[in-house]
Write a protein that binds this ligand. Structure first.
Ligand code: MEV
Length: 447
């Protein structure tokens, strides 16, 4: 392997050229690595081209499992939910939670609001009251001058729903903000919002420059940046499950009754509200479900995650996103989460499997997809906390992880059958499986 050189004009190289540079500079076995990278290309070159053009400097595709969560009942409707995730126990856990709630009313969900946010951050040296007084005119001008961008969205029932001027100069010298609220219908709306904001920034600058009402000094505005905010606390969905405590049944092979389970479960949720370390892991479990559906439907999971974590810290302390209570003999478990998603635009129709995912879900609106994603997050959270307060997480987790261990140890099909049967009622660990396989192999199984 040669010492890698600094490369210039890399993005202009052909795909094969990029691959050649990569394998020759970073691997000791370039031919083999090139073959491997190529083996993950799409069979159909036209489809591969679509993938290549999603991003820059693409040399291959990175596979992740595409699984489904069947039997998820939401508001009386049955869904089979696509999930893209590498963690072995996630789909199994969500499926078992979906099945658990199936005979108990299923999951419920409702949209609380679906407002998206954009901001123009600007610097201005002047009297805020003057700006404030003339702001209705600025607003009118912005609305008019962005009409060519908002036209189609308005036809679909969306567009700009509010524009506010905020004095932020107590936080940062000469800093002011115009905060926009949008309805982006079934699209996530990032490109639409950013285009409107950049056009509105020009309107703001030229409006202020042209007004004799402002002093010479006040006629200059510096746009610092214009960009959507991924924090959308008013793009909120609530999802919940509930049933009389007795209907929860028994847990831990009959060792825990429904009342003890419900009390322990609520205590676990309360702990995730008061302890930040636990809250982070607890919410990670929720995002195991949420990210998997977001990815499978071509949505921006980074935006969803950053928004969710900010929302979890909205009162100044990072807390659980889900809640649980026992009231009048009823167990209730719910999740409030902001989810800015789309079912049109972006990757949703370009990625062949994202398109299939949306078809599998019955071509939902963005609101419906918010409910599906939230319910999957809650299902995931229920399954994780149920395991934690009953058997512990490792029993189920390691059972699922067993296949990864077997693959790692290059077990044959025959060996796998014997290992799976041996560990059916035993604690799984890498060492235990390796030791068992060593003994098995020393006995030389017949082929
Ligand atoms: C593992 O990916 C997720 C859990 O840790 C979530 C939790 O602890 O609630 C099991």
């Amino acid at each position: 392997m040669k010492k890698p050189k600094i490369v210039s004009g890399f993005s202009k190289l052909s795909k094969r050229g990029k691959m050649r540079w990569l394998v020759e500079n970073f691997f000791s076995n370039p031919e083999e690595v090139a073959r491997e990278l190529k083996s993950f290309w799409y069979g159909d070159p036209q489809k591969q081209k679509i993938f290549d053009e999603f991003s820059e400097n693409t040399v291959s595709n990175f596979y992740l499992p595409y699984g489904v969560l069947p039997n998820l009942e939401i508001n009386g409707k049955m869904y089979c939910v696509p999930m893209v995730i590498e963690e072995s126990s996630v789909v199994a856990a969500a499926s078992s939670a979906a099945k658990f709630w199936l005979g108990k009313g299923g999951f419920n969900a409702k949209i609380i609001n679906n407002t998206k946010i954009g901001q123009i951050h600007f610097e201005w040296k002047g009297d805020f009251n003057k700006l404030f007084d003339i702001f209705p005119e600025i607003k009118k001008c912005i609305i008019q001058e962005t009409e060519h961008i908002t036209h189609n969205m308005r036809k679909r029932g969306g567009g700009i729903s509010d524009i506010e001027l905020l004095d932020m100069s107590h936080l940062e010298k000469d800093y002011y903000q115009i905060k926009f609220s949008f309805n982006t219908c079934d699209s996530m709306g990032a490109n639409f919002i950013n285009s409107v904001l950049e056009e509105a920034s020009k309107s703001l600058t030229s409006f202020i420059k042209s007004q004799e009402y402002f002093s010479e000094n006040e006629r200059k505005v510096t746009i610092i940046m214009a960009i959507l905010s991924n924090y959308t606390p008013d793009c909120l969905v609530r999802t919940w499950v509930e049933c009389p405590i007795e209907d929860l049944g028994v847990f831990g092979n009959g060792s825990m009754n429904a009342h003890d389970f419900a009390a322990k479960f609520v205590k676990a949720i309360n702990i995730a509200h008061v302890d930040t370390h636990r809250a982070t892991t607890h919410n990670k479990g929720i995002f195991n479900g949420i990210d998997a559906v977001a990815l499978a439907t071509g949505n921006d999971f980074r935006a969803i995650e950053s928004c969710g974590h900010t929302y979890a810290a909205r009162d100044g302390k990072y807390r659980s996103l889900s809640y649980a209570e026992i009231k009048d003999g009823v167990f209730r478990f719910w999740l409030d989460i902001p989810l800015s998603v789309g079912t049109v635009g972006g990757l949703t129709s370009l990625h062949p499997l994202a398109r299939r995912s949306l078809e599998m879900l019955g071509k939902p609106s963005a609101d419906e997809l918010m409910m599906i994603i939230a319910a999957t997050g809650l299902a995931q959270n229920f399954a994780a906390v149920r395991s934690l307060v009953t058997t512990g997480i490792q029993q189920g987790h390691m059972k699922m992880h067993l296949m990864n261990i077997l693959n790692h140890l290059e077990a044959t099909e025959k060996e796998a059958i014997l290992v799976l049967s041996h560990f059916k009622d035993k604690l799984v660990s890498f060492t235990a499986v390796r030791d068992f396989l060593t003994v098995l192999r020393s006995k030389k199984l017949p082929a």
